[in-house]
Ligand binder design. Structure first.
Ligand SMILES: [Zn+2]
Length: 225
């Protein structure tokens, strides 16, 4: 019996190893778990992408809840976003939305803009090619300090009071940082302390406790492969 268990564990272990997280490279494979219901499990990186047709039907204008700017998120994000913004304000670190949902076409235009400004090599590190951005999910938000500059114009936004509060508290409201410091080789993108993806409170807690990068965690725990 003992041997059978050991053998089974070895077989399972080998199966798992055969499909380890792929090295960062540029490709255009369709993302798995790419239905609107699977928003917590959709892995987007430099390899996997969404189609031009991926436009969540429940996109909600943030002006509906009195927020400035012309931003949209999926309806399922709204309550926890409001709670997060309120908690940040109470803590003395008020936040605003810098950017939220971005369509496939918007990403195409943005990427072309960065290529024209910085060249393709630099653009690839900081900007997603069309279909590869988590912003197309409608569950991902770039934050900035209320009334402040764009967070990428601040040397390390996570060191500001607002960025620091968000780093420490976002998960309590279901939001997690996708591209952590020192994990560029694994996440395939440079450190972005302003870029947060909504996973819901329970899943965000599980993710934080894993101490992994989001890309690695999605690959392993959400059975993306
Ligand atoms: Zn972002």
């Amino acid at each position: 019996m003992f041997l059978i268990v050991i053998t089974a564990l070895l077989v399972l272990g080998n199966q798992h190893n055969q499909i380890s997280l792929p090295e960062c490279r540029y490709d255009d494979l369709p993302a798995t778990h790419a239905t609107y219901d699977a928003w917590q499990s959709t892995l987007l990186d430099t390899i996997y992408s969404l189609s031009v047709d991926y436009v969540p039907i429940d996109l909600t204008p943030l002006s509906d809840i009195g927020l400035p700017g012309n931003h949209f998120v999926r309806r399922l994000v709204v309550d926890d976003l409001v709670a997060l913004l309120e908690a940040a304000k109470v803590a003395g670190s008020p936040l605003e939305v810098q950017s939220a949902y971005r369509s496939y076409q918007y990403q195409a235009n943005t990427f072309d803009y960065w290529v024209s400004l910085e060249g393709e090599e630099s653009a690839l590190r900081s900007s997603a090619r069309a279909g590869h951005s988590e912003h197309q999910l409608g569950t991902t938000i770039d934050f900035r300090a209320a009334g402040g500059p764009a967070p990428w114009d601040v040397p390390d936004w996570s060191m500001t009071p607002e960025g620091s509060w968000l780093t420490n508290n976002s998960w309590r409201f279901g939001f997690v940082m996708s591209y952590n410091q020192g994990q560029e080789k694994e996440t395939c993108y440079m450190y972005e302390p302003w870029h947060y993806r909504y996973l819901g409170r329970d899943v965000a807690k599980q993710f934080i406790e894993s101490n992994q990068s989001l890309r690695s965690w999605l690959w392993e725990e959400r059975d993306v492969q």
